[in-house]
Design a protein around this ligand. Structure first.
Ligand code: MOS
Length: 686
């Protein structure tokens, strides 16, 4: 798998369509003009002739024998496998076998700011400033597009108004590349941006999925076998989809130990708009399916949703679907018991089964695990530069980027705590490819975990040097020096030197006050042949309970309560962690209840924020409780685990299972709209 994150994994997408247009949103030409009005006028003068070709809009149609080929290589972009034991043997041992199909939809990132970039000719090269996640990847892509060597391209990340994944993906290279082409053609600054409508059509979205589950279980609740087939709709191009199908296939059985497993993940081309990076990266789809399925199995066995999870969930000493041993840093049981207890789950769940009247309450549960960072690839590194200025300010520079998660503040916090200075002494420098080395992509929630280790390395070196300086100034041994809160102490006699004086002394002694920290995660072991290995060094664990109130007459329902707990290893910034849990949960509530970028024959029907619904404050549960569990992991600084993405995956199954508890109906496709609820109630057969 090697170099997967270096750039386009599968080079299947030209900047401008060549001979064949495969989807709405393919770029056929660019117009350069002084202002939007003229550009739009000029664009109208372009006439494009199209010869219709056969089209396919469903991944299950695309894999049929004789289906028209969207790319010469065929319609299956990637078939990815996970296997353990002998799944047929597992089904033979089972007392019950439950089979279901689950479907999920296109979800948009709906970041506040759309994609945009400014290109300025500079010497014999170009300066790019724009909204992005990965400046070094933009640099390589733009260099390729304009045919210059990467050292002629300088990229600075502008303040970025939300990203959620698409701003690490192809669309950013389009926007920056076209701006660069225009700047070089005109020898003037050029700006390229996508309006909301263009953005929602062109940028990557969450892959729609068809997921087929077959599960075997013993009468006592033990799972014996799980067979999962995943079909992800890649749209017309692969983008980061190969990594998405990997993550989806790894996690497809849910956070359970199951002795016999067989997962087949297929990433499939269609003529829909293309899909790719979006917060969660394959996890929300598979946990919706897996956690719905586990409630179906429990229902068939006549046991409750708590018991089936207690019996089978991952905990230290158990093994995942890839046969990875779960280590002592697994806090899943703790997360689970927290939300069960806080919500008084079983009492309510049982009571809800006996309701009358037209308003019905329901309570539902979901658990997950989430492999941290990139997984079995070779580019999981980070690089940071820390310099202590003569005035005492500490400068932190990296090409890891901030786009609203607060993760770069987390880096400053780590450095501040290692150096022993208040965070107010810090200045975070703007990511700039001419100043800071490639730091790997800002994706997969990896900044604090991987970047934090690099920060720690650099900060520790600087601290060790400053301690030597302090021991001179304070006339004491090295191990008697402590630097705390901006003061160096002689711990023996309480003598103190201020940070500024310490730094000044260090400068006078010629001590190097600048350090680069580099950290590379251990390469995970993965055997693509037998589908086994340890694809991630550590995992984040989580559990959630949702409570709903369903109106039987209209199908309209509200999520009234939400309890969620995450094992984040170590909360570097507890408020920031809670912010990610709240925000991610709300994005997941949108995914569960209303968000869908509707495609009809490949056309996007609602590419605007009037017709594409996202949750407002009125949709957020009134009672919303988040809990942090800390089981230190082996990868992150101080045991920290990732948290930006995992919370998105829990609401959909928890809400779906709550509706099952409320009305006894299994709704197996997202989003769960009031129409679907009402139709399920009208369907007497069920
Ligand atoms: Mo992300 S969806 O890994 O940028």
């Amino acid at each position: 798998l090697g170099d997967v994150y270096k750039r386009q994994l599968i080079p299947d997408r030209p900047l401008f369509a060549e001979g064949k247009v495969r989807s709405v949103g393919d770029i056929v030409a660019a117009v350069i003009a002084e202002g939007k009005k003229y550009a739009e006028e000029a664009a109208k003068l372009i006439k494009v002739g199209y010869d219709p070709l056969p089209t396919i809009f469903d991944p299950l149609d695309a894999i049929k024998e004789g289906a028209p080929k969207i790319h010469e290589s065929g319609n299956i972009v990637k078939h990815f496998k996970v296997a353990k034991g002998d799944v047929e043997k597992g089904f033979n041992e089972a007392d019950v076998i439950v089979e279901n199909e689950y479907r999920t939809q296109f979800q948009d990132s709906a970041s506040m700011e759309t994609e945009r970039g400014l290109a300025i000719p500079e010497g014999d090269g170009v300066l790019i400033m724009g909204s992005m996640q990965c400046p070094h990847l933009v640099r390589e892509a733009v260099a390729k597009i304009i045919g210059l060597s990467p050292d002629k391209v300088k990229v600075i990340q502008a303040v970025t108004g939300g990203a959620f994944g698409p701003k690490s993906d192809e669309v950013v290279y389009d926007v920056m590349g076209i701006a660069a082409l225009a700047a070089l053609k005109t020898k003037r600054p050029a700006f390229c941006w996508l309006d909301r409508e263009d953005s929602m059509i062109v940028h990557t979205k969450r892959h729609p999925a068809v997921i087929k589950h077959k599960t075997g279980a013993k009468r006592d609740g033990r799972l014996t076998a799980s067979k999962v087939e995943i079909y992800l709709d890649s749209g017309a191009y692969a983008s980061s989809g190969v990594l998405v199908i990997m993550r989806a296939t790894f996690h497809a059985n849910g956070a359970y130990e199951i002795p016999h497993v067989k997962n087949d993940g297929y990433l499939v081309y269609t003529n829909n708009t293309y899909t790719g990076s979006l917060r969660g990266f394959g996890a929300p789809q598979v946990f919706f399916a897996a956690e719905s399925q586990i409630d179906e199995v429990a229902k068939r066995l006549g046991i409750d949703p708590v018991e089936i999870r207690r019996i089978n969930m991952l905990k230290p000493g158990r093994r995942t679907s890839t046969n990875q041993l779960v280590d002592g840093s697994c806090g899943l049981p703790e997360c689970f018991e927290k939300v069960i207890e806080a919500s008084d789950f079983l009492e309510k769940w049982r009571r809800n089964l006996q309701q009358n009247g037209s308003l019905r309450k329901g309570i539902g549960l979901a658990i997950l695990y989430h492999g941290n960072s990139l997984g079995p690839t070779e580019n999981d590194y980070a690089s940071v530069k820390i310099s202590i200025e003569r005035n005492g300010e500490v400068h932190l520079g990296t090409c890891l980027t901030e786009f609203g998660t607060g993760s770069i503040s987390g880096l400053a916090q780590i450095a501040a705590s290692v150096l022993g200075v208040p965070i107010s002494y810090f200045k975070v420098l703007r990511p700039d490819t001419s100043q800071f080395k490639d730091s790997g992509p800002t994706v997969a929630s990896r900044v604090v975990t991987i970047g934090g280790r690099a920060v720690k390395i650099a900060a520790e070196r600087l601290r060790d040097r400053l301690k030597i300086v302090a021991s001179h100034l304070l006339n004491c041994k090295l191990n008697e020096v402590a630097i705390v809160d901006g003061y160096a102490f002689n711990t023996r006699n309480g003598k103190v030197v201020k940070w500024k004086d310490l730094v000044e002394a260090a400068y006078n002694m010629g001590v190097k006050m600048e350090e680069e920290g580099f950290f590379e995660a251990p390469v995970c072991e993965w055997n693509e042949e037998n589908g086994q290995g340890s694809p991630y060094v550590q995992y984040t664990y989580g559990a959630a309970v949702a409570e709903v109130e369903v109106d039987l007459e209209t199908g309209i329902y509200r999520v009234t309560d939400y309890y969620v707990a995450f094992d984040v290893g170590k909360a570097i910034n507890p408020r920031g962690v809670l912010g990610q849990i709240y925000g991610g949960s709300v994005q997941g509530i949108g995914y569960a209840m209303m968000e869908e970028l509707v495609h009809e024959n490949g056309q996007v029907k609602n590419p605007n924020l009037r017709d594409y619904y996202i949750p407002t404050s009125l949709d957020i549960p009134k009672n919303f409780k988040a809990f942090i569990v800390e089981k230190e992991g082996p990868l992150g600084p101080f045991g920290a685990k990732v948290i930006a993405e995992p919370p998105v995956a829990l609401p959909a199954p928890a809400i779906r299972n709550a509706i099952l508890n409320a009305i006894g109906r299994s709704i197996n496709s997202l989003p769960i709209t009031p129409e679907k609820v009402l139709l399920s109630l009208l369907n007497k057969k069920r």
